[in-house]
Design a protein around this ligand. Structure first.
Ligand SMILES: N[C@@H](CCC(=O)N[C@@H](CS)C(=O)NCC(=O)O)C(=O)O
Ligand SMILES: [Fe+2]
Length: 360
């Protein structure tokens, strides 16, 4: 079975694609974004997948790739076009190369035009292709910076993308209107720049008059991507964000820092345990954690002044749901070191940790 997820970075309108082979647990990511590495790592771990490679569709001008950062976290191999001129990749790809993950394969097609390094990745059964910034949904990548070349793009689209089966689904690297997917037949017919009877001269004429503003990040993004997303090491803003160090926490795809019962017991004397259940639950059959402060979730925003800002807080409830929302409220109020007790009192008890009160 194929695991397939389309992920979005709102800052750059970039799509990142996760492809996994359920049987082997191997996965690849196409176009990971530096700022989203924590999110993507969380998803891989929740889906039980091992990242074996990150693939770039090209050297991006609008965001820095997460390739290097992902490699630090997961050991994934960095792959991109040999035509990129980038340093620090593990494998340089070109026309007809094959990238395997478990029992599945992606086939590489060179589709220059937006940049020289543009690749389209076609899934083995030709049901899906990832077109990067070559063919977009009712659009195409621009050709007015990097090695942009409208004639090359026209040929790439006609020879490498429109030759795929009609029903093949196409997923681009960006969409600026929130559209998510298209197909070969649709674009061949309806793409306003290149569909129908539009010829190479019509296309180049269109592309020379797009009149788009330059990407805001281009001066940082291109050099960063030519290092495959490795920070310069000068402490500038492109350093990876540090993980919290006060306990072993896990970041969830839902966006919450989680601590497991064992981790909380280890740090119990050093943190504030905040129980956000109702009073009758606190004194009810599940009992509560020794030293826990009780502030029901509905009262938390008004009573936030009762909590110390300099001591980490672990929020607790029955099953770990309401307390996850408590961490959101605390973070909104400026609390930095906050975590949710995964599974709440139910898991705390099930794993044999001590409780005050409650029934056996
Ligand atoms: N406003 C965006 C620029 C986005 C942009 O230029 N995107 C490129 C891809 S890197 C493109 O080809 N856009 C095609 C289009 O907008 O039609 C930014 O500042 O990052
Ligand atoms: Fe691009």
């Amino acid at each position: 079975m194929l695991v397939f997820r389309q992920l979005f970075d709102p800052q750059s309108s970039t799509y990142t694609y996760l492809l996994g082979d359920r049987a082997s647990g191997q996965a690849v990511l196409i176009d990971p974004v530096f700022e989203q590495v924590r999110r993507d790592t969380a998803l891989l771990s929740e889906l039980g997948l091992k990242l074996i490679a990150t693939l770039e569709t090209h050297v991006h001008a609008d965001h820095v790739t997460g390739a290097w950062f992902m490699k630090q976290r997961t050991g994934s191999k960095i792959m991109l076009s040999a035509a990129s001129g980038a340093e620090g990749a593990d494998r340089y790809l070109g026309q007809d190369d094959v990238v395997g993950f478990g029992g599945r394969r992606l086939l590489v097609r060179a589709t220059p035009g937006h940049t020289n390094s543009c690749l389209t990745y076609v899934l083995d059964d030709r049901s899906i292709a990832f077109t990067g910034d070559c063919l977009m949904i009712r659009g195409s990548g621009r050709t007015d910076f990097q090695e942009g070349d409208p004639a090359a793009m026209y040929r790439s689209i006609h020879e490498q993308i429109f030759t795929l089966p009609d029903e093949c689904l196409l997923y681009p690297a960006h969409d600026y209107r929130g559209l998510t997917v298209t197909s070969v037949a649709e674009e061949r017919r309806f793409n306003p720049r290149i569909g129908g009877e539009i010829g190479i001269g019509d296309f180049t004429g269109y592309m020379r008059n797009l009149r788009l503003a330059h990407p805001k990040m281009i001066d940082v993004a291109v050099p960063g991507n030519l290092r495959c997303g490795r920070p310069k090491g000068d402490g500038m803003a492109d350093e990876p964000p540090a993980d919290p160090s006060w306990a072993a926490l896990r970041y969830s795809f839902a966006g919450v820092w989680e601590i497991d019962p064992h981790g909380l017991e280890e740090h119990q004397g050093e943190v504030q345990v905040l129980d956000v259940r109702e009073p009758d639950e606190f004194s009810g059959p599940l009992g509560h954690i020794n030293g826990a402060a009780l502030i029901p979730l509905g009262e938390l925003a008004d009573r936030i002044g009762e909590l110390k800002r300099e001591v980490p807080i672990v929020a607790v409830c029955r099953a770990g749901g309401r307390s996850a929302q408590a961490t959101v409220i605390l973070q909104q109020a400026g609390f930095k070191d906050v975590a949710n007790l995964t599974g709440g009192m139910l898991r705390w008890r099930a794993e044999g940790h001590p409780v005050d009160g409650g029934s056996a």
